[in-house]
Design a protein around this ligand. Sequence first.
Ligand SMILES: CC(C)(COP(=O)(O)OP(=O)(O)OC[C@H]1O[C@@H](n2cnc3c(N)ncnc32)[C@H](O)[C@@H]1OP(=O)(O)O)[C@@H](O)C(=O)NCCC(=O)NCCS
Length: 423
Amino acid sequence: MTGMQTSVPELVHPVPADEVDPWARAMVATFLGDPDGPGTRRRVELLTRHWDPARTWGVRDRNRWVATLRTEQRALSLPGAGAETLDLAVDAVTNVTVSATHRRRGLMSRMMEESLTEARDRGDAVSILIAAEWPIYGRFGYAPATVAANYAFRRSRRGARCAGDPGRIRQVERDEFGAAAPAVFAAARRRRAGQVDRDADWWNRVLGREGYPPSEGMPHNWLLHEGEAGPDGLLAWKATSDWGLIPPLASAEVWNLTAATDAAYQDLWAYLSGLDAIDDIRLDDRPVDEPVRWLLDDARTLVMTRHVDFLWLRLLDVPAALAARRYAVPGDLVLDVIDEDVSRFASGRYRLTAEGDEAACAPASGDADVEITQQALASIYLGGFGLSELQLSGAAQERTPGALNQLGLMFSTPHAPWNATWF
Ligand SMILES: CC(C)(COP(=O)(O)OP(=O)(O)OC[C@H]1O[C@@H](n2cnc3c(N)ncnc32)[C@H](O)[C@@H]1OP(=O)(O)O)[C@@H](O)C(=O)NCCC(=O)NCCS
């Protein structure tokens, strides 16, 4: 009797461009998609156009791809002075899969460790990802940094009214929407920390412009809000059910609601609240502190249907990362950062000083005021979580009385951070 030959899976990095098709098919299958479906062909085409072999990993076994990982450079908005934000180029990890035939043998760990080390060597201060499941990425030092909310807007209830001027909103064709979208989103993105960028190519890709094949399931309504100096708001939505003469009426979903000004935000919600024939409007991946609550006659017509950690973050270079953002109040603290995960990139003692629009962080030798894990620091970095809730787990302890309170105040932000972009 002949047994099956034992195979040794081979870690491949970089993944050559001519392997995109089988690499992507393996990735799609593990993400429960159809590797032979039209969506996969589209995906392969898009990946091929932007393939950067130096930022791709995979594992091959018996001539088949059994694991995938890719990273890209994205811009992340960070808390700035006052209500402003700053931008930081970060390492963004995506397409992480290991086939069910090869799980729990350390393949993801090998790819993650290599990719994080390369990010650190490249000089990236921060790495981000969206975690499919909570337990996967903590061991590599990632921690939740933003929360996303889904809402159901019960539009046909009496109090679901938002005042505003829908007259400033123009219905347009998808192409015109696509031409305006990059600039409007770029301005809107900078109104909150935690937002990942979308360049013009991102919009062309999802909207099927400039030779890209159109995606399936696109919205049917494309709207621009006209501000003083041109478009400053975007809204795209579609009905998801029909309606009859007897209620319930139809449902709808918002694919995109982006506002670069408060006026655009209010007018777009006024438009939504006036969509007759629709009972319920679904909005996904929105901020937890959706300000429209305070514009509605009855804020309970906006129901939060999901609340989940969304963007995960890992600090690779503490001085660079902490100096890249601004702080709500002045402070001067020495932090002992404990990092026991991959390569302990963040381990060390650092002095953080902040005053108005200035922030500095450098290795320090004096006594520490606070001892904090890298993961806790990552969770408060964008203002998404408070030290008070993390403290219970022992993730942060003060050596100087009052230092934790001070640190918590410094890292607080005017708005909850929010990321609207999957990657
Ligand atoms: C998540 C995934 C990539 C893990 O790959 P893997 O090669 O099995 O992971 P590793 O063997 O390197 O696991 C390292 C450790 O993490 C743990 N781990 C990995 N995935 C986990 C999960 N989903 N839940 C709980 N623990 C997990 C392993 O048990 C292992 O722990 P141990 O060292 O204590 O034994 C793989 O299960 C997968 O492809 N899942 C479906 C797609 C997916 O969710 N991808 C992530 C997208 S963000």
